[in-house]
Design a protein around this ligand. Structure first.
Ligand code: GLP
Length: 241
């Protein structure tokens, strides 16, 4: 694992965006795995800025997002499809028909997880998978569990995740209880992984991810078995190292 230390959130966003930008520049038709959450918002802003200045071209890029809340549609401002449109896709020259997010409104969850897994597998190999880190060590919505889930699945959210994500909803009761997420195996197939982590609240879990045992109770710890992982973290997130 390569760890790049950033001063603060803005510095983390700039450094991580430079990595994504290099991938888009080197392979203009790359498949990118994208993430939601507050961690990548700054990085997306930098990419938007570079695209506006004509420094980056997303016209041939394909994206697949990690996860989506069950029950939320694209018009719901808490859905991850809405998040991606609002924080990135609406502001860059990407063909939206090549941006994939699980369908939160799918009537049959089992069919939806199969459909999404097959869709991701049908794409060319992902050049880069972007990840945030949950306070409980989750990646995508793969929560601590006795085993690492291999393929796209439908999960019950951990109480700590509901607590962490309630800030985006009117109340904790409004946070959906379930989500679709790419599996750990789906994520691990990406050629390269880029994780962005900021803030003191992530310091303990980031330390465990990097230095503790590889343990499905700390889902992100599996990344230690990946051949090409870069973590860009700010000083606060690295304060336990
Ligand atoms: C959410 C998302 C994750 C994200 C994580 C951290 O629950 N499903 O993909 O990485 O939580 O979010 P944040 O970046 O807001 O701390």
């Amino acid at each position: 694992m390569k760890i790049i230390k950033a001063r603060d959130y803005d510095d983390m966003s700039l450094k991580a965006a430079a990595i994504v930008a290099s991938v888009v520049t080197l392979k203009p038709d790359a498949v990118l795995g994208l993430a939601t959450g507050s961690s990548p918002i700054g990085l997306y802003k930098v990419l938007i800025d570079k695209c506006r200045k004509g420094e980056l071209d997303f016209s041939q890029i394909t994206t697949a997002n990690l996860d989506e809340y069950v029950g939320l549609g694209p018009e719901d401002d808490q859905s991850y499809r809405y998040f991606m449109n609002h924080n990135l896709f609406d502001h860059i020259n990407i063909d939206k028909s090549r941006t994939f997010v699980p369908n939160g409104l799918a009537k049959d969850p089992d069919a939806e997880v199969r459909r999404y897994e097959e869709l991701v597998r049908s794409l060319p190999e992902m050049e880069l998978q972007l990840l945030g880190l949950g306070v409980d060590g989750h990646i995508g919505f793969n929560e601590p569990a006795p085993v690492f889930p291999e393929v796209t699945n439908c999960v019950e959210l951990d109480p700590s995740t509901i607590e962490a994500n309630k800030r985006f909803f009117a109340s904790a009761d409004d946070v959906p209880r379930k989500a679709f997420t790419m599996g750990i195996g789906t994520i691990m197939r990406a050629k390269r992984i880029l994780m962005v982590v900021n803030g003191e609240a992530k310091a303990d879990i980031l330390y465990k991810v990097v230095n503790g045992p590889v343990d499905p109770m700390v889902p992100a710890s599996i990344l230690r078995f990946h051949r090409d992982v870069t973590i860009v973290a700010d000083e606060a997130a690295l304060s336990k190292f």
